[in-house]
Ligand binder design. Sequence first.
Ligand code: GLY
Length: 398
Amino acid sequence: MRKTIIICFSAVLLLAACKDRDNAVLQKPLSISERRLSELSIKMANYLPQVAVDSNRIPRALAADGSLIAENSHQWTSGFFPGTLWLLYGYSKDAAMKNAAKQWTAFLEKEKWDGHTHDLGFKLNSSFGNAYKITNNPKYKDVVVQASKTLINRYNNKIGCIRSWDWNADVWQFPVIIDNIMNLEMLFEATAYTGDSTFYNIARQHAKTTLKNHYRPDFSCFHVVDYDTLTGEVRLKTTHQGYSDGSAWSRGQAWGLYGYTMAYGKTKDPAFLEQAKGIAQFFFNHPRLPADKIPYWDFDAPNIPNEPRDVSAAAVAACGLLELCEYNPANKTQYLAWADAILASLAKPEYQSEAPPFLLDHSTGSVPGEFEVDVPIVYADYYYVTALLRRLALAGKE
Ligand code: GLY
């Protein structure tokens, strides 16, 4: 009897000690997230457009000489700056931030009619989609729904995918890039907003086709898969932004991790969950992933460790992990540890940007294209803020 009491008492003490340790482990990333979000909110609120010119001056990146690379609403990255402001407004409830978010967002509305791009989710779900989720104003939702109607015109039923690019038509017939998985989030949400399952069905089929044709047995993926428009068969598996056709371009791996986790969350299709788990293992157990968990721009880049990093890939991957851990209790501790390692690295001065309006340095747009290499880029900031908010929300549930 005495022995049983001692064993029970020891078990209770052990459980309490584990809980304390868990809380301590949790506290650090939480305080980092909260502190960073407050600092970022202060930094961003006063970055306002100058209305006469700013439809062409939406922040995108810093050039190597430190000058601002800005763009019009047509470019694929136009939604990230307004989106970051909306996310920070959702956190801070600061009226100045809302004012800035509204002003920058207004420039993008016309893109909802542009049927020549697959990037409508990047542009309009990041901006108008977040505006709707945060303000509940139906005017913003209507833009997302119209953008979704425009986007599904690019779906080919025989191929089972939404077409990515219209250019380079003498080489490609129907190119689909892994990045396109990110635009499905808007379509799933359009079905939730309208009750029309067309958007959901197309998004789900695109994710299935991409899983079948973009992925290799080790869960890494090709960047571009080109399809024959007559037969629906795969013509080419290639790259545009990676080191080589057979390499693992880091942001593409991160798009896939975020994308299949999101697609599982929306559909509960177990194949998507298995895919996301496999991609996470590929990315985070990779022998060439640096100890601070910020990848080089391509896992197979030839001169590692003397290659640029891609902070944007790390931020996108952290977002994926912070959703995936909710669907996979068995691996939750591991996924959280990886995501927290990324957030801890990104909070260090070496990864922070002091150049307004950017938050993070050391992202890489395209090494083969020789643009935006090892500089601040706006989509890294957007997914960084998303990851910080996800980390806080997750802690709130524990
Ligand atoms: N979607 C383009 C890129 O990731 O660079």
